[in-house]
Design a protein around this ligand. Sequence first.
Ligand SMILES: Cc1cc2nc3c(=O)[nH]c(=O)nc-3n(C[C@H](O)[C@H](O)[C@H](O)COP(=O)(O)OP(=O)(O)OC[C@H]3O[C@@H](n4cnc5c(N)ncnc54)[C@H](O)[C@@H]3O)c2cc1C
Length: 466
Amino acid sequence: MKGSPMAFDVDLFVIGAGSGGVRAARVAAGHGAKVAVAEEFRFGGTCVIRGCVPKKLLVYASRFADDFADAEGFGWSVAGARFDWPTLVAAKEREVSRLSAAYRAGLAGAGVELIEQRAELIDAHRVRLAGGRTTSARHILIATGARPAPPSSIAGLEHAISSNEVFDLAAFPRRLLVVGGGYIAVEFASLFARLGAEVVEVMRAGNVLRGFDEDMREGLRDELTRAGVELRFGCLPTAIEKRGASLLVALSDGERIEADQVLAATGRKPNTTGLGLETAGVALDAAGAVVVDRHSTSNVPSIHAVGDVTNRVNLTPVAIRDGHALADRLFGGAEGAVDHDLVAHAVFATPEIGSVGLTEAEAAGRFEVVDVYKTNFRPMKATLSGSVERSLMKLVVDAATDRVVGAHILGAAASETIQTLAVAIKMGAKKADLDATMAVHPTAAEELVTMRARAARIERGARRTE
Ligand SMILES: Cc1cc2nc3c(=O)[nH]c(=O)nc-3n(C[C@H](O)[C@H](O)[C@H](O)COP(=O)(O)OP(=O)(O)OC[C@H]3O[C@@H](n4cnc5c(N)ncnc54)[C@H](O)[C@@H]3O)c2cc1C
C-alpha cells in the first residue's frame, strides 16, 4: 500500500455495511488499509436483514404447501398440517441475527472499526457521524444501498407497508394487496398465497415482470393465477383508508378492495438523500444514483460508490464484486474493472424464473438473425402429483455465430440451473456445444441440451417465422 502525503484518520471510510460496503471494508483491511465502516441500521444490509435471505426463507416456508398438496399422489397422507406465522418470523429472525453477527465478527476480525451511526459527507475527505464526531479519510465509499419507493400519488400511503416491514408483521395478513409487478412484488404475492393469504396484486403495467422475456412473463402470470393470486393489470391504488382493523383500498379502475395489509413494492430509489453528496460535489443522475465510472469512482476522485446506490445492476453479487474490486484497486494494486455483462438472476416465485443474457426482443434488436428454441412441458413430478404446473425453457441464439446470447427458464430449481448454464454462456457457448453435451436423465434440465427443433427465426426488419 502506498503511503499518503496527507494525514487522514483512516485510509477508507465506508458508509453502509451492506453487501458492497462490508466486502470492500474487509478486503481493504486485508490489504493493510486502515478502515472504518458506519452503519445506521443493522450490519449485513438489505440482503441479509430484509431482502434476499429472509425472502428465500419465506419462499422455502411457502413451498411446503405445494409439497403437502403433491404428497397424496405419491401415497402420503399429510392431513392436519397447519402453518404458524409467528414461529416462522421468530426462526427467520434467529437466522438473520446470526448472519448479522457473523458480518460484524468478520469485519472486527479484519481490524475494521465498526461505527453504529449514520454518517454523512462534509466534503471530499471528511465524514460527520450522527453523534457529532468528524473523521477524515483518504478514500470514502458510498455503499448506502436503496430504499423502497412507493407511489406518492396514493392518499393514505402511511397505511401501506414496504418490504422493510413485511418480514416482521406481528399478525399474518389473511388478505394481502400487493402493489407492483416487479420481481419483489411477484415473489411476495407467490409466497403469501402459498402460506394461505388471499392475495390481490395490482400493477400499472399489462403484465408482471417488465423487462423479462415475454414467454417467462406469460408463463409466470399463468402460474400466479393458478396459485390463486388475483392479478389486476393497468391499475393502481388511489387511496387507502383505515376501517377498524381493515384497510379499504380504492383502485384507479373504480374497484374497492378490503385488505389486512397493503404491500407497496413498486421499485426502489438510491439512498442518496441528505448524505451531503451535493455539498461534496458528487454528481448524481436523474434517478438520484451516484454516477460512477467503470471502476466505481465518482467525479470526485476520493469518493467511490458501489451497489444499489449506483443503480447499475441492483443485485447482491454485483455489489459484492464491485466492492471487492474497488478495494483491490485502491489498496491491492489491481487494475481490472468488473464485467456487468451476462449477470444471471432469478425470480423466487413458485415456480422460479432463472435468466441470463438477452431476452428474445433484446436479441432481435441487436442481431441480424436470431433463432429461438423453446420447450414447454409438464414436469415429471406433476404426473403423479396431479399438478397442472408447466415448465418453460428458452434459448436465444445469434444465428450468425451460433452463440447462445440468452437463456430463460421457468420451473422448479430454475435459479440453480441458470447459475450453471451461465458459466457456459459467459464462456461463449454455442448452441452446438449444448447439443454436443450429453443429457442427464431423468431431469428437467436435460431439455436444455436436447432442444433440436427451432421454434422461431427472427430476421431484422422481416417477419418472425415460427
Ligand atoms: C425484498 C428484497 C429482495 C431481494 N432479493 C434479492 C435476491 O434474491 N437476490 C439478489 O441478488 N438481490 C436481491 N435483492 C437486492 C439486494 O438486497 C441488493 O442489491 C443489495 O443488498 C445491495 O447491496 P448494497 O451494499 O448496495 O446496499 P444494502 O445492502 O442496501 O446496504 C446499504 C446499507 O447502508 C446503510 N446506510 C444507508 N445510509 C446510511 C448512512 N447515511 N449512514 C450509515 N449507514 C447507512 C443501510 O442501513 C444498509 O444497511 C433484494 C432486495 C429486496 C429489497
